[in-house]
Write a protein that binds this ligand. Structure first.
Ligand code: ASP
Ligand code: MG
Length: 451
């Protein structure tokens, strides 16, 4: 049963970057009595610093320096709050524990230690934000999300265990929420042995959606620094416009294909439980935002354009094309065994080409390297880099007349390397050279949204 009186509010890194930003968030919470649970990201910049500590070989003094930068961000907020003694003490002990973790000898070689270190960002920001809420007259309490957010043990990219999360949230979190507004951490969780895990970068949105699912919330608010989801990244073209509404499917496609506003997994819990998701700016809440819902008022053929950078195009060929069928199966078995998702695929009689998301230094990049080595054992592999994936997201793109011709005529001057309709009617993608992608997105935007 849906709890119509329950809203969950998630605040991103820039929304909790300093006291001024936190005050705006506190007003948003205080103004909505249905908000009983607040999920926060680490203060802007903190997770990046923690990633630096956990993934680069640094000297003792360099480590001290990075720790100092993190502390400065948090102490700045503490000072602005007038350094209440109890809070100062709690923050101090967190910073001490963080320091110890940062100097752990095996940090660079063990993902469990990395996750334990990454968790400090959200633990510190949630502590500070609880105090800010109290100063705004909200009866707030900090809660360690690791008590309820159970995951598997795949450190740095842990998968949530839905049944346990629901049971634990009902047992430990819900009773607390009856008395107080609970402030908890996004991004982090714990495995069955109680070891700290993380959900992958940007995972706080996912946390909010998972808790909304577990608690049957009516609304999950994602407060960030933009007034909703745009027709395309406003940094690509200033003509981009905020969207008043989006369907779950469209939002999921956008996140998967590179829109930065939402973590790609966020829509899964929302879809399962039909939870309405709101995306808005904590700096300008009065401007409204985007509602992501199951049934939209309109289902236009074109809703948005996304771009995902750093793609590689892989072409595999085998000399023995007589066994093409078995060959394809072998190729995709290897890809599946590495848990990689392939976005675009084209096959010809002698070859199959596909794209892999390949952001530098990511888990995906590491897996891609291993996958390619395995493929090279039994076929010729050609790897081409420097590509971006451009996707048009919308509705009925397979069937509506003129949809693809409109798209293609607007980009006819460019060389498109691969073109694919998605497995569902909500997207159409193509691979383009990275030097062309900004112009292509601008041109498409002009043609689909500005005329
Ligand atoms: N703090 C984490 C990150 O920066 C999670 C999040 O902000 O969503 O990736
Ligand atoms: Mg984020």
């Amino acid at each position: 049963m849906k709890n119509v009186n329950l809203h969950i509010a998630k605040f991103g890194g820039t929304s909790v970057a300093d006291l001024e930003a936190m005050q705006k968030c506190a007003k948003i919470v205080a103004n909505d009595p249905a908000t009983r649970l607040v999920v926060v990201s680490a203060s802007a910049g903190v997770t990046n610093h923690l990633v630096t500590l956990s993934s680069s070989l640094l000297t003792h003094s360099q480590i001290e320096e990075v720790l100092q930068q993190i502390s400065n961000i948090q102490l700045h907020i503490l000072h602005a709050l007038g350094e209440p003694a109890e809070l100062a003490e709690k923050l101090d002990s967190l910073m001490l524990a963080m320091k110890e973790q940062a100097f752990h000898e095996e940090l660079l070689h063990r993902d469990d230690l990395k996750d334990a270190l990454l968790s400090f960002g959200e633990r510190m920001s949630s502590l500070l934000f609880t105090e800010v809420l109290r100063l705004n007259g909200v009866n707030a309490e900090n809660f360690d999300v690791r008590k309820v957010l159970r995951t598997d043990s795949v450190f740095t990219e842990a998968a949530p265990q839905l049944e346990q999360i629901e049971q634990l949230a009902k047992q430990f979190l819900l009773p607390e929420m009856a008395q107080k507004v609970i402030v908890t951490q996004g991004f982090i969780g714990a495995d069955e042995q109680g070891r700290t895990t993380t959900l992958g970068r940007g995972g706080s949105d996912f946390t909010a959606a998972l808790l909304a699912e577990a608690l049957n919330a009516d609304v999950c608010q994602i407060w960030t620094d933009v007034v909703g989801v745009y027709t395309t990244d406003p940094r690509i073209t200033s003509a981009a416009k905020p969207l008043p509404e989006l369907s779950f499917e469209e939002a999921a496609e956008m996140a998967n294909f590179g829109a930065k506003v939402l973590h790609p997994a966020t829509m899964e819990p929302a879809l399962r439980k039909n939870i309405r998701v709101f995306v808005g700016s904590s700096k300008e809440p009065e401007k409204g935002g985007t509602w992501i819902v199951r049934d939209c008022e309109q289902e236009p053929p074109y809703r948005a354009i996304t771009r995902r950078k750093q793609q590689v195009m892989v072409t595999v060929k085998t000399p023995k094309m007589m066994h093409a069928q078995g060959f394809l199966q072998q190729v995709f078995t290897i890809i599946a065994a590495h848990n990689l998702s392939v976005d675009l695929v084209t096959t010809s009689e002698i070859a199959v080409s596909f794209t892999l998301d390949n952001p530098a230094n990511s888990v995906a990049e590491k897996l891609n390297r291993e996958t390619l080595e395995e493929l090279k054992l039994f076929c010729d592999v050609v790897i081409e880099r420097d590509y971006d994936l451009v996707t048009v997201v919308g509705n009925n793109m397979h069937s509506a007349a003129g949809v693809s011709s409109k798209i293609f005529s607007s980009v006819r001057d460019y060389n498109l390397r691969m073109i694919c309709y998605g497995a569902n009617p909500h997207n159409m993608s193509f691979l383009v050279h990275q030097d062309d992608s900004t112009e292509i997105v601008k041109e498409l935007h002009r043609c689909l949204f500005e005329s």
